[in-house]
Structures are given as C-alpha cells and as structure tokens.
Design a protein around this ligand. Structure first.
Ligand SMILES: [Zn+2]
Length: 205
C-alpha cells in the first residue's frame, strides 16, 4: 500500500473538522499537553510494515523518523510538567480516511494518557491500560471495522477485539517477557470502563 503524500495531507486537513479529533485536542490542552493544532502535532510519514502510528513526547523533530522505525508501537521521550507530544501516522499503512481518523484518535488517547496519568511505557500495567482505552475509544473495534477484518460474529465481539489488540500491542513492548496477555486481562475491566475524556462511549448512539 502506498498512500501518496498529497492524499495523507488532505486527510490531515480534513481531520481538523472532525468533532472527535477536535474534542481530543481540547482534552490535551486541558491536561497540560500543549500543542499548536493538528498540522504541527501530526507528522505523516512512511514506516515499516504492521505499524499504523506512534507518538513521542518532547522528541526533537530530527529524531522522530529514526525513533519511528523501531518495532515498538509507541516510543518514549522524556516527560516534564508540560510535555509536547508528537504524533506519527504511518501513511503507507493507512487504507482510507476513516482508518486515518481511527489511527489518529488511537494515538491522541495515548498522548492524553501520557499527560494526564504520566503513563510509564516500561510499566506493562500502564501500557496495557492505555492500549485498552485507545482501542476501545478510537473506533478501531467498531462493529463495521471488525466485520471487514472478518473477525466479528456478533455485536459483543467489540470487547474481544479491544482485548486482542491490546494484547498484541503490549506483547510488542520490549519489557513484556510474554506477559502481555495476563497483564491486559488483569487491568481490563478497570481500563475498559475508563472512558475519559468522553462522557459516554463515542461509538454509542
Ligand atoms: Zn497503541
């Protein structure tokens, strides 16, 4: 898949009018995660396979591409009282505009968790919790999306999807030592119920 720069740039422009994205940006501001809008916050780039996006805190621009080629989904950086996030979208692994919005939402939830809860990505429980929230709240486990993946047989399958995707991500953490599954199960209930900053699940009508 080879999404041209011009198309990825158009998706980013279009995302500015998306209500969920605007709401998540506002939540970043409210949680001492300063940004100057989507254009400077988000970098569309080309990544290795199996990677949709990532984010970094306080990482100089010239180091972002190098960091993004690592296999880990989310890469670190240092956190201070006020932290500047950068979100990377792997345009070559994004299929269409809805996929772009879901990926951007996923990474915005991680950035938000980093600022509000000081997520420590080397701590598997922290990582698991943010992955559960990101998969649950980004829409990537919505009924239609799972149906397209051929994974969903019934509507309750969304929970299974969130759990499956969180386990995959946590297992890619260099500190996971194969414990991704058990850690996700341990924190699942609490983190699945945490809908912040939404008042109710963004996918519900
Ligand atoms: Zn993630």
């Amino acid at each position: 898949m080879n999404t041209p720069d011009s198309l990825a740039t158009r998706w980013l422009e279009r995302a500015k009018a998306d209500h969920t994205i605007a709401f998540l940006l506002e939540a970043l501001t409210n949680n001492k995660c300063p940004h100057s809008g989507l254009s400077s916050l988000v970098k569309n780039t080309t990544c290795g396979p199996d990677r949709a996006g990532g984010f970094a805190m306080n990482v100089p621009d010239n180091l972002i591409t190098a960091a993004n080629n690592k296999s880990k989904e989310d890469f670190g950086g240092t956190t201070t009282t006020t932290s500047k996030p950068t979100i990377v979208i792997c345009q070559n692994n994004i299929y269409d505009y809805p996929d772009y919005i879901r990926t951007l939402s996923h990474e915005l939830i991680h950035a938000l968790d980093q600022c509000r809860a000081k997520t420590d990505w080397s701590n598997l429980r922290h990582h698991a919790c943010s992955e559960i929230r990101a998969s649950n709240l980004s829409g990537e486990c919505g009924y239609g999306v799972e149906l397209l993946r051929g994974n969903m047989k019934h509507r309750g399958g969304s929970i299974e999807c969130v759990m499956r995707r969180a386990k995959l991500s946590v297992n890619s953490n260099p500190n996971s030592e194969g414990k991704g599954e058990e850690v996700v199960e341990e924190v699942f209930q609490k983190c699945y119920a945490d809908l912040y900053p939404f008042m109710r699940h963004p996918g519900s009508n």
